[in-house]
Design a binder for this molecule. Structure first.
Ligand SMILES: Cc1cc2nc3c(=O)[nH]c(=O)nc-3n(C[C@H](O)[C@H](O)[C@H](O)COP(=O)(O)OP(=O)(O)OC[C@H]3O[C@@H](n4cnc5c(N)ncnc54)[C@H](O)[C@@H]3O)c2cc1C
Length: 243
């Protein structure tokens, strides 16, 4: 049922919880979610939502933050950036509303011999970064950079791995992605077998991608960087991402 990427399924909003001042955790439920496949880190779905402002339906990518087949529930964490149809939909989402979504895709599967992970994202990529961090086994080392507005937006991380987490706070008025890029470009990279993953605003990610490949010398199997959105562009698709 979930093999064909483009098939649309329907679920119902079960709950909406603010997990940070500008982040809503939306739980979707419905019988179809009992058959949803086991979710791998960073997998995402396309969510089809109706803009409350003009009634237009759009498709936007959201990471599967958690899934329970037993409870037939799937969680997504949506940034309430206020400026697009999906963000507006999330702002007004309420239990009982129906949404359509596509099958999951885009799993992160690193090489097996990694000594240290380097993970980075802004709020849009925080769900994906956390699915990786939480999937890493005990004694695995990971340096994690997460850009947020301020301390009030930091969330708990429930991981077994040995994480070195850096919450990067934006300065007032600073464009999203800049502080993340500056921090990642100064990351200590002593280990020989690094796997790096980053996503967020497309311009910042472009510089981070270059750092992964030219700065640290990682090849495609060990580095992944994708623009999840782009400043002043609706429904951005990153042409440089490898998927
Ligand atoms: C694989 C993948 C997984 C993703 N997972 C998540 C996720 O789990 N949670 C999540 O919140 N987002 C996630 N995103 C990003 C999300 O798809 C985009 O932010 C999307 O543009 C939001 O759609 P929209 O309708 O709100 O805005 P759009 O109509 O796409 O854009 C309208 C305006 O809003 C601006 N904008 C878009 N996103 C942001 C933002 N995050 N902050 C500030 N301004 C923004 C644009 O620059 C544009 O000017 C993911 C993207 C990809 C590709």
């Amino acid at each position: 049922m979930f093999r064909a990427r483009r098939t649309r399924h329907t679920a119902t909003v079960r709950s909406v919880v603010r997990i940070a001042p500008r982040m809503a955790r939306i739980s979707l439920g419905g019988p179809v979610l009992s058959d949803f496949p086991d979710v791998e880190p960073t997998q995402w779905i396309k969510l089809f939502v109706t803009d409350p402002r003009d009634g237009q339906t759009v498709g936007r990518a959201y990471t599967v933050r958690a899934h329970s087949a037993a409870d037939a529930l799937l969680d997504i964490d949506v940034v309430l950036h206020g400026n697009g149809p999906a963000a507006r939909w999330a702002e007004t989402a309420a239990p009982g509303q129906e949404v359509a979504f596509s099958s999951p895709r885009g799993a992160f599967r690193p090489e097996p011999d990694v000594e240290r992970y380097l993970l980075a994202g802004d709020e849009s990529a925080q769900p994906a970064v956390l699915t990786i961090a939480e999937s890493l086994p005990r004694h695995t080392r990971a340096t994690v950079y997460l850009e947020v507005e301020g301390p009030e937006a930091e969330t708990e991380i429930d991981a077994q791995a040995d994480l070195d987490v850096h919450w990067i706070h934006r300065a007032p008025g600073q464009p999203k992605g800049e502080a993340l890029r500056d921090a990642v470009l100064k990351a200590p990279v002593g280990a020989t077998r690094i796997a790096a993953w980053a996503a967020g605003e497309s311009g910042a990610v472009r510089d981070i991608r270059r750092f992964f490949t030219e700065g640290i010398g990682l090849d495609r199997r060990r580095s992944y960087a994708k623009g999840y959105w782009k400043l002043n562009e609706a429904d951005h698709r990153d042409p440089l991402a490898s998927d």
